[in-house]
Design a binder for this molecule. Structure first.
Ligand SMILES: Cc1ncc(COP(=O)(O)O)c(C=O)c1O
Length: 424
């Protein structure tokens, strides 16, 4: 398939109209870039502007009355997004809250779920872990007077491998046994793109009496999730990747209705988590709202939440399963191109099996390809946007809402050119 055939396949309806509803960044000559960085920041949907303008208009017209009279009402502005998120998470809306950002939510949930005792104080995590998660976990261990050298157990791939063997992870959980307070993993790993078998890990975690939590930053809107069925106790996500909520968009958290250690009262409270019907009586005592909403602390940042009202309905209109089927056709095509015309210096480290990954493909890069900022600059000059993470990893993603065959062809052609250039 050449560029023209790829473009023709991308014209298929209804996908083409959906992809065209996103604004594409352009180069200096105004040509659209092949944007493959949706795992980092999703593209701007054209409907976002009108959602923002609607709230600006309501603010101007209604002032404080917007909390009651704006549509949707600002009082429930984030809460009312929960039914749109529930199918993406495989959860009940009452188990979801839309608020804060990922690391902040992780701290709030750790305040509830990490309550170490003398004997049960270890946290087990997968490697490579996103640094912010590790910072949060280590600081919580310190906060409880523990020592990360003994209280943090990190399980990574075997030396020389990129894939983390779920058997090894499960065995480590079982071996930690009653010393384990909780397990925290990435649903889809931020660096390698590997998707972990959550149900299996949750079962092993519960068997030793610990809680199971998941970072869904790279999973939500990317892979099908069934948190209730899989036995996840708690989870957090951000909305600026596959949910296309915009830079720093409001994230969310999930708390199972019946987690392994009982129904959860939030440990850290604020007025937005107080039960809604009596919140404005302004009483001194905290009465938490039922379910995950009890974890809300502050009032809703309406303008930072507005884009989600444009983008979450897209997942209701276009089934994620169908979008994934199309994305898999694009990824299979790209893999075929790479086997017909391999790129020197490029080794894919993401599992090939679709059940073990999502939209992201990660590649280890070596000469003749350039590295770091030079690599990204050279790729950009050929009209392609991806990213670079140490150690020498190039990440791209085929976001199911807007990336197609043309993006795959452009990336592959650009990589071949970079390798040829590096050899001369
Ligand atoms: C896997 C993962 N965890 C945590 C974070 C941190 O997110 P936030 O800045 O919203 O706290 C990110 C950000 O990209 C991430 O990719």
């Amino acid at each position: 398939m050449d560029f023209r055939d790829a473009a023709a396949r991308d014209q298929e309806e209804p996908w083409c109209r959906l992809a065209d509803s996103f604004v594409r960044p352009r180069d200096a000559g105004h040509r659209p870039l092949a944007y493959l960085a949706g795992h980092s920041l999703g593209l701007c949907h054209r409907g976002v502007r009108s959602c923002l303008e609607r709230e600006l208009d309501a603010w101007g017209r209604l002032g404080i009355q917007g909390y009651e009279q704006a549509t949707p009402s600002w009082l429930r502005y984030a809460h009312d997004l929960r039914p749109l998120l529930a199918p993406l998470l495989g959860a009940h809306p009452d188990e979801i809250a839309v608020l804060n950002s990922l690391t902040v939510n992780l701290h709030f949930l750790l305040a509830r779920f990490y309550r170490p005792t003398r004997n049960r104080r270890q946290i087990l995590i997968d490697k490579p872990v996103f640094p912010s998660d590790r910072h949060a976990l280590v600081s919580q261990i310190h906060w409880h007077g523990g020592d990360p050298a003994t209280d943090l157990v990190e399980i990574g791939p075997a030396p020389g491998h990129s894939r983390l063997d779920p058997d090894v992870l499960t065995e480590a959980i079982t071996a930690a046994g009653e010393r384990l307070a909780l397990v925290w993993v990435g649903g889809v790993n931020y660096l390698t793109g590997q998707k972990l078998p959550l149900a299996r890990l949750a079962r092993a975690t519960h068997a030793v009496g610990a809680s199971f939590g998941v970072d869904l930053a790279h999973a939500i809107g990317n892979v099908p999730l069934a948190l209730d069925r899989e036995g996840v106790d708690f989870a957090v996500w951000c909305s600026y990747k596959y949910l296309n909520g915009g830079p720093g968009a409001v994230g969310g958290l999930y708390v199972r209705a019946d987690p392994v250690d009982g129904v959860p009262p939030p440990m850290l409270a604020g007025w937005w988590g107080h039960e809604e019907k009596t919140r404005f009586l302004m009483g001194p005592d905290f009465q938490p709202e039922a379910g995950a909403l009890g974890f809300a602390v502050s009032n809703v940042p309406v303008l930072a939440t507005a884009p989600l009202w444009a983008t979450l309905p897209l997942f209701a209109e276009h089934s994620l399963d169908r979008l994934i089927t199309r994305r898999e056709a694009v990824i299979a095509f790209l893999r075929e191109q790479l086997s017909l015309q391999p790129v020197a210096g490029l080794e894919c480290i993401t599992p090939e099996e679709p059940l073990e990954r999502g939209a992201q493909l990660s590649f280890r890069v070596s000469p003749p390809l350039p590295e770091g900022a030079d690599f990204i600059r050279a790729l950009g000059s050929l009209g392609v946007v991806g990213d670079w993470r140490e150690p020498r990893i190039h990440r791209i993603a085929f976001a199911p809402l807007y990336n197609g065959f043309t993006d795959a062809v452009r990336w592959h052609e650009a990589m071949c050119r970079l390798a040829r250039r590096g050899r001369t």
